[in-house]
Ligand binder design. Structure first.
Ligand SMILES: [Zn+2]
Length: 207
């Protein structure tokens, strides 16, 4: 493959693409945006969530899991944190449920997803969350999408799009970037209206 080599010699194709994208070497094809999934990891769009019937996950489960994440989000709002909630599912069981604690802990990394992934790793006794699903009310930011990537989990399900910092479909898609060595199936728009309403109410009340 032509993109597999550059001035520094032969590389793995994925490394070549990565180097090209980062350095902008002339003559080396740049990454097309949005990047195409390397493995064809399934990415469902909102309309697909509503109508898709081929996914291995029952719509009822998605609805129920997001309900738990919504409960967590509501708990965050009660203590003055932006209402974002996350749960981690493994083998059909909820193994972690957390909400945003940035204000209460003054920790910039205390997003619901990171906290839930840490709890999930503790519950499973391994950092490799292969087989797990993260369900979160708001599309993950770059940090949380990065944490999902780092955990090697199977799937992220999110509710409402994060137009300011979304990194799993809106501004970036770290779940389906062929330059990365792990892809994450992404299901979007689950109970989006309810996830959005919680955030809207929170910010309206604080104005
Ligand atoms: Zn985040």
């Amino acid at each position: 493959m032509a993109v597999g080599s550059c001035a520094t010699g032969a590389r793995e194709p994925s490394q070549g693409r990565k180097a090209a994208a980062l350095s902008g070497i002339s003559g080396v094809p740049q990454i097309a945006w949005p990047p195409r999934s390397r493995t064809g990891a399934l990415t469902l769009h909102r309309s697909a969530y509503r109508h898709h019937v081929g996914t291995a996950i029952a719509q009822n489960d998605l609805h129920t899991w997001m309900g738990l994440a919504l409960d967590e989000a509501a708990a965050a709002a009660k203590v003055g944190d932006v209402p974002v909630g996350a749960v981690v599912i493994f083998d059909g069981e909820v193994i972690a449920r957390r909400h945003n604690e940035r204000e209460t802990t003054e920790d910039p990394t205390a997003h619901a997803e990171v906290l839930a992934l840490r709890d999930a790793a503790e519950a499973l006794g391994t950092w490799r969350l292969i087989g797990a699903t993260l369900v979160v009310t708001l599309e993950p930011c770059p940090m949380c999408a990065g944490a999902a990537w780092a955990s090697r989990l199977d799937r992220v399900v999110w509710g409402v799009a994060n137009e300011d910092a979304g990194a799993m479909g809106s501004l970036y898609h770290l779940g389906a970037d062929p330059r990365l060595n792990h892809e994450v199936e992404t299901i979007i728009g689950v109970r989006a209206d309810e996830c959005s309403a919680l955030l809207g109410k929170f910010f309206t009340e604080r104005r």
